[in-house]
Design a protein around this ligand. Sequence first.
Ligand SMILES: Cc1ncc(COP(=O)(O)O)c(C=O)c1O
Length: 454
Amino acid sequence: MMNEAHPKGEMSRISIKVTPPGPNARKIVDEDTKYLVTTTKSLPIVAERAKGAFVEDVDGNVYLDFSTGISVTNVGHIHPYVRDRVAEQLDKLWHFAGTDYYYKEQVDAARAIAESTPGSFHKKVFFSNSGTESNEAAIKLAKVHTRKQEFIAFIGGFHGRTQGSLAFTASKAIQRKGLFPTMPGVEHAPFPNPYRNPFGIDGYEEPEELENRVMDFIEDYMLHTYVHPDNLAGFIVEPIQGEGGYIVPPKGFHKKLMKLADENNAVVIMDEVQTGFGRTGKFYGSEHFGVEPEIMSLAKSIASGIPMGAVVVKDSLDFPEQALHSNTFGGNALASVACVATIEVIRKEKLLDNATKVGNYLKTGLKDLSDKYDAIGDVRGLGLMLAIDFVKNRKTKEPNAKLRDAFEMNAFKNGLLSLPTGLSAMRFIPPLNLTEEQADMGLEVIEKALKASL
Ligand SMILES: Cc1ncc(COP(=O)(O)O)c(C=O)c1O
């Protein structure tokens, strides 16, 4: 039902009328608990509708959305251009088994994605339905191409929860609890986390030293003691770790990793599921590091909320024969149309520039808050992929997850949706068309919530 306070569906400010969760929300949360399997829910927000940067709940409260459905609605909720393209498609074709038959919408989406990725070499696309499924396909491509079976992933990395991808995921132990055996043949290396790393290096002060320590660990230790290069099919890595806490590695890391992979006839699977489609102020996170991945996994934002994933692969790495891989829903016509429209919106509305500009503005605001409050140990991220890290003590950097969780609840009660990440960080991932005025609205709630949580 349309809320009277917003009769035209325009939501432009935070409005909390009933302390959330209100009575309607509580009822649905109870039913949800009864009928849905336990997953990762952390906040009792029950959405009724959403537009742009705002979400209205079932009790008429309006929130500013700094969570974008975990970096999915990058162009804002129900962007009118994407909506209209999908609406047109609704009367033409929905599903037609894109892996078995042909239709133009799927080709258009593959071409648009291929053209959006870094590297002038020809690329091909496999469409999946989620990030984990994209990574499963990427793992198969790497195995088939290299004819090798072992992989190196990174501590803090997140690549999905199916039994193949889960073997690579290492951001929280609970994700793996009781689930072995996952796919065998996956080892983990430390990620060059500038803020907290096992080498005790301040990676902001000495980025190259950190980079080299990680590369030495892989090359001199792992490849000599337990992963023989003749077995190494590849690495899987996020340009910036997402679920691991929004960790931006030093600038030269990805180039060094790609070089090492090349030297050992292995590939690098670049997992851009969270960083892709403008989140960091460039179309892809890897562009910040000057690398051109030969295999890239995508999902989340690529169809603005219609489920879709993709693997983009250098054409020489394509499967050599039919039937080595396929699925049912990949390249669904509605999702394909939404994907092309999303790319067009990002380009036409210059959302990469906006994400950089407003991202810097928001980051400066967060840094100002960290100057005022010792509980914020680190402010990090690129574009509109930002996070603050809560600590008990700035010197020891001891994580303060309790404070982070209290902050999340207080921000919610004051009308801001944000998402926890890593040990003790809170991420802020608004739509890429966020205005500075909306950034200010968010900063105001962030400070209020912080004060209420201390
Ligand atoms: C980097 C990365 N890879 C893979 C995934 C898994 O995606 P999905 O939940 O769509 O399977 C995620 C999800 O958060 C992610 O952030």
